[in-house]
Write a protein that binds this ligand. Structure first.
Ligand code: CP3
Length: 445
C-alpha cells in the first residue's frame, strides 16, 4: 500500500491553510502530496465519485467517509481548542479549513462540508448548543403543539449564511461545483484546478448536506440524543396533525438550505436520517416519515445534482428508502451489502412492473430518479474496523467489496461516522487499500 503515487494533478496538493492559522505540520505537508485528483490520469480524469453516483464505470471505487473531518484528526483538535463547535461552523474560513483538512492527508474522492445537521434548528427558534463530552443539546425543546406553531421557517440565506459561504470557498478551492446558478460566475478555482467544473480533471466534488426531518424532529423534541424516542413518538402518535406541521416546516427549511448549498457549488446533496430505522419499524416509517423525507428528496432534485439518502437501521425495510427516489442510498454496517443490493433490485423491479414493464417510464414517489433505474449504494464498513489490526481491516474491506458483486454504482464509505479514537494512519490505509484493490480488480492497476 504505497498510496503516494497519487499526487494531485498539476498542483501537487491542496491550497494550504484557508484561514484560521496554518495547521500544516510535517504530517500535513507530506499528506498534501497524497490528496488525489479523484481518479488520476486518463479515462479516470473525471470525478469517480460523481460517476459512481450515476452508476457509470470508474477506474477505482471512490471513497469518502462520514465525519472525515473531526476529532480523530490532531489538526482538527488543535482548532477546536481555540474555537467552539458553533463558532467553527459560524465562521466560513474556519469551516472551509476544517472541510479541507482530511483532503490534505488522504486521497479521498469527495469532500463534505464541515457543519452539522442541527444548526438550522437555531434559525427556526430552538436554542442549540454542543455540550463538551455530551453532544448536542436543545435548551427549549418542543413539548406542546404551540411550540411547533411558533417555529419559524426563515430562508437559509438568512440563517445558514456562514455555511453557504464556506461551501462557496471550498468549491472554489477544490475546483468542483455542479453548475448551479452561481457556478457560472464563480471565480475560476484555485491554482489546483482553474476553470474546472464538476467532474472535470483535478476537481474534487463537495457534498452539501442537511438532516432529514425525522432525525431533526427527534432532537427538537427530545432536547438531545435519545435511547427510546419516547417523547418524539408520543407527539407523533397523539398529535399527528401537529407532527405533520413540524415535518413540513423542517422540510421547507432543509430543502431551501440544500438548494443554496448546490448554488454555492456543492456537487451532490446528502440527507442524513440517522435515527429513523433505530426508532421506527416499516409501518410507522410509511406513515410518519416517508411522505416528508420523500418530499425533501423531491424538492432538492431540482438542483440537478445527485441526491444521497443515508439511513441507519432500515435494513428490514430498505425498499421504502429506495422509494424516496434518491440517486444514492447510504446504508449502515448492520446489513450485508449483498442483501441491501438485492433489496434495491427487488424494489426497482417492482417500480418497473408498476410502470408497465417500461424502464424509466415514470418517476419514483420521491425524487428525480426515474422508476426502474437502480440507485447507487454507499457504504458500509463498520467504523470500528478502523480500530482493528491492519489485517482485520483489510479482511472487512474485502468483504464489503465482495458483497457488491462487482456492480457499478458503489461508493465506499463507513456505515456511520469515523470515531474519535480512530488512528489517522488507519484511515490512510483504508483509502489507499480501497483504491488499489478496486483498480486491480478492474485490470487498471
Ligand atoms: O461528516 C462530516 O465530516 C461533515 C460534518 C458533520 C458533522 N456532523 C460534524 C460534527 C456531519 C455531516 C454531521 C451530521 C450529524 N450530526 C448527524 C448525522 C450523521 C450521524 O453521525 O449520525 C447527527 C445525528 C449529528 C448530531 C451530532 N453532532 C451529534 C450526535 C454530535 C455529538 C457526537 C459527537 O460525535 O461528538 C455532533 C457533534 C459533531 N458534529 C462533531 C462533528 C465533527 C464533534 C464536535 C466536536 O468537535 O466536539
Amino acid at each position: 500500500m504505497s498510496g503516494n503515487g497519487k499526487t494531485r494533478a498539476a498542483s501537487g496538493g491542496l491550497p494550504a491553510g484557508a484561514g484560521g492559522g496554518s495547521t500544516a505540520d510535517g504530517a500535513g505537508a507530506a499528506a498534501g502530496a497524497r490528496a488525489s485528483a479523484a481518479g488520476g490520469a486518463g479515462a479516470a480524469a473525471r470525478s469517480t465519485f460523481l460517476a459512481a453516483c450515476r452508476r457509470e464505470p470508474v477506474a477505482h471505487t471512490p471513497i469518502w467517509l462520514m465525519r472525515q473531518a473531526g476529532r480523530y484528526l490532531p489538526e482538527y483538535r488543535a482548532l477546536r481548542e481555540k474555537h467552539s463547535m458553533l463558532d467553527m461552523i459560524g465562521t466560513p474560513e474556519l469551516a472551509a479549513e476544517v472541510t479541507l483538512q482530511p483532503l490534505r492527508r488522504f486521497a479521498l474522492d469527495a469532500a463534505i462540508l464541515f457543519s452539522d445537521i442541527l444548526p438550522p434548528l437555531r434559525g427556526m427558534g430552538l436554542d442549540l448548543d454542543f455540550v463538551p463530552g455530551e453532544g448536542p443539546r436543545i435548551g427549549n425543546p418542543i413539548s406542546r403543539t404551540y411550540d411547533i406553531d411558533v417555529l419559524g421557517t426563515p430562508p437559509a440565506a438568512e440563517i445558514m449564511a456562514p455555511s453557504i459561504e464556506a461551501a462557496r470557498i471550498v468549491a472554489r478551492e477544490l475546483g468542483g461545483g455542479a453548475g448551479g446558478d452561481a457556478a457560472a460566475d464563480r471565480p475560476g478555482g484555485g491554482e489546483a484546478a482553474a476553470g474546472d467544473r464538476s467532474g472535470a480533471a483535478g476537481a474534487i466534488p463537495l457534498i452539501g448536506f442537511a438532516g432529514a426531518p425525522f432525525t431533526l424532529a427527534s432532537y427538537a423534541i427530545e432536547g438531545g440524543g435519545s435511547k427510546d424516542y419516547a417523547k418524539t413518538k408520543a407527539l407523533m402518535y397523539t398529535e399527528p396533525a401537529a407532527w405533520k406541521r413540524l415535518m413540513t416546516k423542517l422540510v421547507t427549511v432543509q430543502a431551501d438550505y440544500l438548494l443554496e448549498q448546490a448554488r454555492a457549488g456543492a456537487s451532490a446533496l446528502m440527507v442524513f436520517d440517522s435515527w429513523c430505522g433505530i426508532a421506527l419499524g416499516p409501518t410507522a416509517y410509511d406513515r410518519f416519515i416517508a411522505p416528508h423525507t420523500n418530499a425533501l428528496i423531491s424538492k432538492i432534485s431540482s438542483a440537478g445534482v445527485p441526491t444521497i439518502l443515508y439511513t441507519a437501521g432500515t435494513g428490514a425495510y430498505l425498499e421504502r428508502v429506495v422509494a424516496s427516489g434518491a440517486d444514492v442510498i447510504g446504508v449502515d454496517h448492520r446489513i450485508d451489502l449483498a442483501v441491501a443490493w438485492e433489496a434495491v433490485e427487488r424494489a426497482v423491479a417492482a417500480e418497473r412492473e408498476a410502470a408497465g414493464g417500461d424502464a424509466a417510464a415514470g418517476t419514483t414517489s420521491g425524487g428525480s430518479r426515474p422508476a426502474g433505474v437502480p440507485p447507487s449504494i454507499q457504504g458500509n464498513l463498520d467504523p470500528l474496523a478502523l480500530q482493528a489490526p491492519p489485517r482485520e481491516l483489510r479482511a472487512q474491506v474485502d468483504a464489503v467489496l465482495e458483497a457488491t458483486g462487482g456492480r457499478a454504482g458503489h461508493i465506499f464509505n463507513l456505515g456511520h461516522g469515523v470515531q474519535r479514537e480512530t488512528d489517522p494512519d488507519a484511515v490512510a490505509r483504508l483509502v489507499d487499500y480501497v483504491h488499489e484493490r478496486t483498480a486491480e480488480s478492474r485490470g487498471a492497476g
